[in-house]
Write a protein that binds this ligand. Structure first.
Ligand code: UDP
Length: 322
């Protein structure tokens, strides 16, 4: 099997690349290194075909030839996903989500490849239904600071579903809820990386708002197992987007407590204003993934945080010794 992973040098992309290689796949990676890093692929660099490419401008007409030939499957993970990163250049984010997705669908059509597309819990916006099943249409501000990502990802889902309807394409959408683990960037800006780095540096933990907002955190290996199960699902059984995430829900204040338990440190908290349109609650309903994919997350937050802290601790040491 020859897999293309767009965004394969990113946090989740690089996990997926390693998992695919373990399964014996040939892997081509496209990444424009906007947030991704070649370093994430160091240990597999010789096994993959890497191209520094932008999916916004790569269409079937200007496709570079992979040394492995035609693609059998495309995993489309290319897009900045952390709020500060996707908000830095919102036009780039929207174009990557929508124009990028259109190019991927056209390329898949010309190769006869299956597409697995990374959608997001952000398509539910600031949800009025809690927890969120796939059938919920969401509550999204179309003109806010998160819209480039939220609406971009919604438009990508629309495009994908129309390719399924009108072109009989094999496209599968998975909606990723907050995921964390090794290979996150220390300056990613998301809550788990910010909190872990602060705890390791004995700095105050930055809590936005009063910390009563909730999130549900999935460890990277669980997420990747879900994506790979979706790929293996018989085509006739796929019937629309699938939530992938851990249904255990925490307030951000509770997250500080879990981190204190894991690090054995009493952490200082510093409060900052809540960012605009920050969703108040988020938790996936995962019955569909359990039923269709026989998938359920296995790694609890304490265990996942321990591993993530060990990774960040090494990263901090390496940065110091440079
Ligand atoms: N958050 C926080 N401190 C941080 C980063 C984030 O309190 O340093 C909060 C943020 O306001 C949000 C939640 O943690 O309510 C998750 O934020 P993140 O950026 O990780 O992802 P999101 O789920 O908002 O996309």
């Amino acid at each position: 099997m020859h897999a293309l992973v767009t965004g394969g040098a990113g946090f989740l992309g690089s996990h997926l690349v390693r998992a695919l290689l373990k399964e014996g796949a040939q892997v081509t990676v496209w990444d424009n290194l906007y947030t991704g890093s070649r370093k994430n692929l160091n240990e597999v660099a010789g096994a993959i075909d890497f191209h520094n490419l932008d999916i916004r401008i790569t269409s079937p007409e200007n496709l570079p030839v992979s040394r492995f030939g035609k693609f059998g499957v495309i995993f489309n993970l290319a897009c900045p996903a952390s709020p500060p990163h996707y908000q830095k250049d919102p036009i780039f984010t929207w174009e990557t989500s929508v124009l990028g997705m259109h190019n991927i669908l056209r390329i898949a059509d010309s190769h006869g490849a299956m597409v697995l597309h990374a959608s997001t819990s952000e398509i539910y916006g600031d949800p009025l239904v809690h927890p969120q099943p796939e059938s919920y249409w969401g509550n999204v501000n179309p003109v806010g600071i998160r819209s480039c990502y939220d609406e971009g990802k919604r438009a990508a889902e629309t495009l994908a579903q129309d390719y399924v309807r009108f072109k009989k394409a094999d496209v599968r959408l998975f909606r990723i809820f907050n995921t964390y683990g090794e290979y996150m960037y220390p300056d990613d800006g998301r809550v788990i990386s910010n909190f872990c780095i602060a705890a390791l540096k004995d700095a105050p933990v930055p809590v936005y708002g009063d910390g009563s907002q909730t999130r549900s955190f999935c460890y990277a290996s669980d997420l990747i197992a879900g994506i790979l199960s979706l790929q293996k699902l018989p085509r006739e059984k796929y019937d629309g987007p699938v939530n992938l995430g851990n249904p255990r829900e925490f307030t951000i204040r509770e997250l500080v407590g879990v981190l204190e338990k894991v690090t054995g440190k009493k952490l200082q908290v510093k409060n900052f204003p809540l960012p605009e349109d920050d969703p108040k609650v988020r938790r996936p309903v995962i019955e569909k993934a359990q039923r269709l994919l026989n998938w359920t997350p296995k790694v609890d937050l304490e265990e996942g945080l321990q591993k993530t802290l060990a990774y960040f601790s090494e990263e901090i040491k390496n940065a110091k010794s440079k």
